[in-house]
Write a protein of this length. Structure first.
Length: 331
């Protein structure tokens, strides 16, 4: 793995065993996150965004999940491949080296444990702090993320807090052990627009202060433009295009990326019908032989239906997996 990278996945596949059969949720994903950058992952629901990132922390049920490929992570003690690690080995990485902000804090927090105590407990477990020191550090974190008054909020239970405050608690918990990599899984989806803006600004500010690398998962391209340095676009469990924010927004090559951008509301669209992508992402109960986006693509050709496209490197930061990406330049 290159020295400037914090994370690299190589041909990562995640298969989930269900009563209906195997779900091929992630298929050959290659993802690179540089140290100190915010990398966005965007795509429709069911495209593998959350499954990919939960695999990085191995949060899936081991007995019902099959991993292949590699997840190389630049840990404090050196590079490690996460895929073969067992539960005990992962305990030293989760929370301390890689942390996650979940989409719904009410399901991630213990409803019968005080909010402050949940952070203090993690500080005691991961950093070995005593009870007094853990409480003092938790209060500092509350103040840092804007949970005020900290002493009062420390004693409150999750059900006594608003959605915005709960998300701040999740952010405080995720940052408590100063992780090298932070995964934010659609952290503002359930919040109203005003609170969403506050949480995004908080994440950006904390990231700038700490230099922590961030993977930001969202379906909102506006959030990607505001928060991220680089982007991976996912469809049907695959990365179809990767680039800097400018490359994705100004020089998109994949038809799916272009369709996402076209369907993102703009001020200039006032009075017009909102553009949408016809159809829906495919169910992932089988492996694809052709391009999974072909049934929804206006530029699909015969090769698209019969053969998976290989990833073409366009520059040091921009790549695309499309048979007809050159044809897209004319569209």
């Amino acid at each position: 793995m290159k020295e400037e990278n914090i994370l690299e996945t190589k041909d990562l596949c995640v298969n989930l065993m269900t009563v209906r059969g195997i779900i091929y949720a992630v298929q050959g994903v290659n993802l690179t996150v540089k140290k100190g950058e915010v990398h966005g992952i965007v795509g429709e629901s069911g495209c593998g965004k959350s499954v990919s990132t939960k695999a990085i922390m191995k949060l899936h049920d081991d007995e019902k999940t099959e991993y292949t490929g590699n997840i190389y992570f630049s840990a404090e003690e050196g590079e490690v491949d996460i895929v073969p690690l067992n539960k005990k080995q992962m305990q030293g990485i989760r929370g301390k080296e890689i942390a996650m902000i979940f989409q719904d804090p009410m399901t991630a927090l213990d409803p019968i444990m005080k909010a402050g105590e949940q952070i203090a407990e993690q500080l005691r477990a991961k950093l070995g702090l005593d009870k007094k020191a853990a409480r003092a550090e938790a209060l500092k974190l509350f103040e840092k993320v804007g949970i005020l008054p900290a002493e009062k909020r420390y004693e409150q239970y999750p059900f006594e807090m608003s959605g915005g405050m709960l998300q701040r608690v999740m952010i405080a918990m995720a940052l408590s052990c100063q992780p090298r990599l932070l995964i934010a899984d659609e952290p503002t989806t359930a919040l109203d627009v005003t609170i969403q803006a506050q949480i995004l600004e908080l994440i950006k500010e904390l990231q700038r202060e700490s230099g922590t690398s961030v993977i930001f998962i969202t379906h909102d391209l506006g959030v990607i433009a505001e928060v991220c340095d680089s982007v991976s676009v996912m469809y049907a469990g695959r990365v179809v295009e990767t680039g800097t924010v400018l490359e994705i927004f100004d020089e998109a090559k994949h038809p799916y990326t272009k369709a996402l951008l076209d369907s993102n509301p703009k001020e200039s669209d006032s009075g017009e019908y909102m553009k949408t992508i016809s159809g829906a992402p495919p169910l992932l109960y089988e492996e694809f032989t052709g391009c999974p986006y072909a049934p929804r693509c206006d530029c699909a050709s015969e090769i698209c239906k019969s053969r998976l496209p290989e990833t073409v490197v366009l520059s040091g930061t921009h790549s695309v997996a499309c048979h007809n990406y050159k044809k897209q330049e004319e569209v």
